[in-house]
Design a binder for this molecule. Sequence first.
Ligand code: DC
Length: 222
Amino acid sequence: MKRGLTITIDGPAGSGKSTIAKLVARRLNYLYIDTGAMYRAVTWKALQEKIDLKDEEVLVRLAQRTEILLKKAGDGLEVYVDGQNVTGEIRLPQVTNNVFYLARLAGVRERMVKLQREMGEEGGVVVEGRDIGTVVFPRADYKFYLDASLQERTRRRFEELRSQGHKVELNEIGEEIKARDGEDKGRRIAPLKIAEGAIVIDSTEMRIEEEVSAILKYIREN
Ligand code: DC
C-alpha cells in the first residue's frame, strides 16, 4: 500500500522550489526530498578528494561508492555523506559552481535516480529538483513546474545570501543564475524542462503562502 501521493516540483535555480516543497510536505505530513542536495553531496566529496572534475570514469565510480543520507530535521533536511554531516558545506559557492560537472554525467544521474526512486517508491513524498517529473517519477500523481523571472530569482538569491551574512553583488548573482539556467536546460541528459502534465506556476509576483495554497488547492480539487 502506498503511504500517500507522489508530488514532484521542478524548476530553475532560485524559483523557490525548496521553500515551497518543504511547506507543502509539512502541510500534508509528507516526506520532503531535495534531490539537488544529493548532486551537491557527491560534488562536495569530489572536491574533498581533489578529483579531476573532467574525469568521467572516476566521478561515476565516486557516485557509486558514496553513501548519501537525507535525514529529516525539523522542517528541513540534514545531509550526510558517508556518515558526515555536510548540510552547510554543500551550499558553499565552490560546490554550487561545480555541480554541473557531475550533473551532466549519465552514470552519476543513473545512481542518483535509483536512490531517489528508492526513497520515494512508497509515496507520501514531495520531491524537488530538475528532472523529477520528466525522468525520476514520470507517473507522479501531481507535477508542478515553478518558475519566476530571472530578475526576481536573482533578487531572492541575493537577499538569501545577504541574510546569511555573505557579501555578494547583485549582478554577480544574476550571472551565476543565468549560467546555471544554461547548464540545467542545455545538458544532453535529463535537461530541465516542463514535464508532460505539469502545472506551471509563475511565482514572480506571488507570495510564498499564495504559492503553497495554490498547490494544495490544485491537489484537493483534482
Ligand atoms: O536545486 P539545487 O540548486 O540545490 O541543485 C544543485 C544542482 O544540482 C543544480 O545546479 C542542478 C543539479 N540538479 C540536477 O541536475 N538534477 C536534479 N534533480 C536536482 C539538481
